[in-house]
Design a protein around this ligand. Structure first.
Ligand SMILES: NC(=O)c1ccc[n+]([C@@H]2O[C@H](COP(=O)([O-])OP(=O)(O)OC[C@H]3O[C@@H](n4cnc5c(N)ncnc54)[C@H](OP(=O)(O)O)[C@@H]3O)[C@@H](O)[C@H]2O)c1
Length: 365
């Protein structure tokens, strides 16, 4: 009997061990799958998805959203956040000045923090990487200003640390202090990786060396880069990023909608975007857009997905397209998991010569 009981116990126990092992295996497999689609951000230990989502338009009324923010737009932004997570994209780029009091209706960081909190109620294990930025406003001085601004960002986001903290643009003066502050934030464990944005090659190299002396890798430089805005290839920024192992985070990667094919000379974007993506420019873009569309049909991909895939094919480039709604966010995920051929990449490059483009003036500081 004892023998019978113990063998029964053994059989139950071994089944439990098997179930437990299976569960452990499943958890391990799930973690591996999560990690598989990720890359290290520059020389940092931080792993992020190969594409992120830009949250500039969330709450903004100065550039986006036709000067108005309402409940419908809020729901759409929330849907963009959830659709990204559902599609496996977990990196979100925001900034203290996006949609902030002076610039818009609701702060983008506050919205992102709220979306994360709500999602965590349903999905406690949800894994989100937040990238936010310090605004180098002329009245801010020294390393302490970076730490103070970061703490305010953490408060709005409702978190105790963020994955990536970036200097949004170089300081006209006091830039050295900002880099020291970035290093302090890293050493204090408030951020997992540090980056800069709109930094020229010279400024990038200086920041890299300064942080290196403290053993801190400068992980990224976020700059304007798309098929039709290729300044980083011409001004040495892309080459310096590749040489130093710094990820180039590409902002405005679909040229603020102009590379999606939805805007035409007959239907240009409204608001401030219309001054950059004019009827004249949209006319010049048509041969490129036709080719992108044609290539997309061969891969069953949309124009937007091809434009993003072109950037990813440049290697060491992580695009962060802005999504206003769930459909846009879902579409971005389709830019991953396939690749244009080198011939196609070059063909698109040659068709994309549309002349000088208006960029963000801070790039030249
Ligand atoms: N560091 C910096 O100085 C800096 C500067 C700019 C941007 N950024 C960051 O980069 C992110 C992306 O840049 P961005 O927002 O300037 O430009 P973008 O990503 O090139 O374009 C985003 C816009 O394109 C349209 N769009 C998006 N997906 C679409 C789709 N599937 N089909 C059709 N239209 C689509 C949407 O506007 P409509 O629907 O209204 O057309 C969307 O707001 C920003 O959110 C921000 O996080 C950083």
């Amino acid at each position: 009997m004892a023998m019978h009981v113990s063998s029964a116990c053994y059989s139950v126990l071994s089944k439990r061990i098997l179930v437990f092992d299976n569960q452990k295996h499943k958890v391990r497999a799930a973690l591996q799958t999560k990690e598989e689609g990720k890359v290290n951000l520059g020389g940092s230990d931080l792993k992020v998805t190969k594409l992120g989502i830009g949250a500039w338009s969330w709450g903004d009324t100065s550039y986006w959203n036709n000067s108005g923010w309402d409940d419908r737009k809020l729901k759409a932004a929330n849907a963009a956040f959830n659709a990204s997570i559902d599609s496996g994209i977990t990196l979100f780029d925001t900034a203290e000045v996006y949609g902030a009091g002076i610039f818009g209706a609701v702060n983008s960081e506050t919205l992102l923090g709220r979306f994360i909190k709500e999602r965590k109620v349903k999905d406690p294990e949800v894994d989100v990487a937040i990238a936010t930025k310090f605004a180098a406003l002329p009245w801010r001085f020294g390393r302490q200003s970076v730490l103070q601004a970061l703490k305010d960002s953490l408060y709005r986001l409702g978190v105790s640390s963020v994955e990536i903290y970036q200097l949004h643009w170089p300081g006209v003066w006091g830039n050295e202090g900002y880099i020291d502050g970035l290093g302090d934030a890293f050493e204090q464990g408030l951020v997992k990786a540090v980056g800069v944005s709109n930094y020229s090659e010279k400024r990038l190299r200086n920041a890299y060396e300064k942080l290196k002396k403290r053993g801190i890798p400068l992980a990224s430089n976020q700059v304007n880069y798309s098929l039709i805005y290729r300044a980083p290839e011409q001004n040495g920024v892309k080459a310096a990023c590749d040489e130093l192992g710094i990820t180039l985070i590409a902002y405005s990667p679909i040229a603020q909608g102009a590379l999606t094919g939805k805007y035409t000379p007959e239907n240009p974007p409204s608001g401030p975007r219309g001054r950059v993506y004019t009827r004249e420019l949209l006319t010049k873009l048509q041969p490129l857009l036709n080719k992108i569309k044609e290539l997309g049909q061969n891969y069953s991909k949309t124009t937007t997905q091809v434009a993003l895939n072109w950037l990813i094919a440049q290697e060491n480039v992580l695009p962060i397209p802005g999504a206003k709604n769930g459909e846009q966010a879902k579409e971005f995920a389709g830019a991953l998991g396939w690749r244009l051929t080198n011939e196609e990449v070059n063909e698109l490059r040659s068709l994309a010569e549309v002349g000088p483009m208006i960029g963000f003036p801070v790039e030249r500081l």
